[in-house]
Design a protein around this ligand. Structure first.
Ligand SMILES: Cc1ncc(COP(=O)(O)O)c(C=O)c1O
Length: 371
């Protein structure tokens, strides 16, 4: 396969396997599952995604437009704060609009057209997420209204939305539902739908999908509401890698760093933010006796753009390939051209095993983000 370097490479077969599992869950539980663009927005795959799911959730005007253009449907939209100049376009291009605060509701409700379903984001104040960066459930979080601050449901509200999980299992959702129902259960007879956000990693090996299906279908029947889930990661989980290659090997103070033609800060920011250590196709993220240790260093000039030792069976050489596993969700959507670093190309390994280069990036892409 003639894969350029660097390149995000999605495996179509794996994406379809994830889509089939997601479809199985939504049909068995009698709910709707939509794609969260913030986690995965590789729109060349949307014709395939649309065979299994009806739509997507958008968190900005740009994502709303992408949903309309490339999925051919209006989006479920939740923005942390809507702006005056964008609201009307968002409203006509959305089927659902969720507001993050009562002040935003007051400010924009008269501009929501008839037929668009209005929701409020609430905070169930329970989460299993240990990394604060990914945990919106704190009582002082800016994301969602706490039960303490919601004395009654405003007139036009037809739905409640919450999002407090991240790469979580169904047992965490069970806890969230207990907390949600104890805080907001008295509003459920008044609403048509509950959107349970993302963070449901149903495509991870070992996820108890039967438990999830029972939980969702019991909740739906008990409360007589439509249930929506909007995962991002679960769609693209383990569907592909970031292919890079070694440009130089630098040794200082007895430590060898393999510099590759990508960057953690530009292309894999979770590795620095979480911090998260990706697996490699060849090479180990934990020490193997007799193998050769290298730091992996990005090509940007940020001092911290590296991950500490990975181990390789043979000494690395210039031109060797380094493939970072599971680099499709929350990567392509977060990349930057900091330092003017070359943006990885985007390609797909099709079901028949052939490689299709979807897009390569160049100087214009860098220049057009600046002025
Ligand atoms: C409101 C909302 N919905 C859905 C998601 C998708 O979550 P995940 O990709 O973890 O499934 C997020 C992620 O941050 C979110 O903030």
């Amino acid at each position: 396969m003639n894969i350029p370097s660097p390149c995000f490479v999605l495996d179509e077969k794996k994406l379809i396997q994830n889509l089939q599992l997601i479809d199985h869950v939504q049909k068995s539980a009698g709910i709707e599952i939509i794609l969260a663009f913030k986690g995965f927005a590789m729109w060349s795959t949307f014709p395939t995604v649309r065979k299994y799911v009806k739509g997507a959730t958008a968190s900005s005007l740009n994502e709303v437009k992408l949903c309309n253009e490339e999925m051919g449907v209006k989006s479920h939209t939740y923005c942390v704060a809507y702006t005056d100049d964008e609201f009307d376009e968002i409203a006509v291009k959305s089927s659902h609009i969720t507001l993050n605060s009562l002040a935003q509701y007051q400010r924009f409700i008269n501009r929501v057209p008839e037929g668009v379903s209005v929701g409020l984001r609430v905070n169930p104040e329970w989460s299993d997420v240990e990394t604060d960066l990914y945990n919106p459930s704190s009582p002082v979080s800016r994301l969602g209204i706490t039960s303490e601050n919601l004395e009654e449901l405003p007139d036009r509200v037809e739905g409640l939305h919450f999002h407090v999980l991240c790469e979580s299992d169904s047992y965490a959702l069970e806890h969230v539902l207990k907390s949600f129902e104890s805080r907001f259960g008295h509003y459920l007879p008044k609403v048509k739908w509950v959107n349970m956000g993302g963070g449901h990693l149903m495509t991870r090996n070992g996820y108890d999908t039967d438990h999830l299906i029972k939980l969702l279908s019991d909740f739906r029947k008990r409360n007589n509401v439509d249930v929506i889930l909007e995962p991002g990661s679960a769609f693209a989980w383990q569907t592909g890698d970031l292919h890079t290659s070694v440009l130089d090997i630098v040794e200082n103070g007895g430590k060898k760093t393999a510099i590759f033609d990508g960057s953690f800060t530009c292309h894999m920011p979770d590795c620095l933010e979480m911090p998260y250590r990706p697996k490699l196709e060849k090479g180990s993220d934990v020490k193997v006796e007799g193998w050769h240790p290298y730091r992996l260093g990005g090509v940007s000039c940020l001092a911290g753009d590296f991950l500490d030792e990975y181990w390789f069976e043979k000494p690395l050489e210039i031109g060797d390939s380094i493939v970072f596993k599971d680099m499709i969700h929350y990567t392509m959507v977060k990349t930057s051209t900091f330092n003017g670093v070359k943006h990885p190309s985007i390609g797909i390994v099709k079901q028949d095993g052939s490689f299709e280069l979807i897009r390569a990036f160049g100087y214009d892409d860098f220049k057009n983000r600046l002025s």
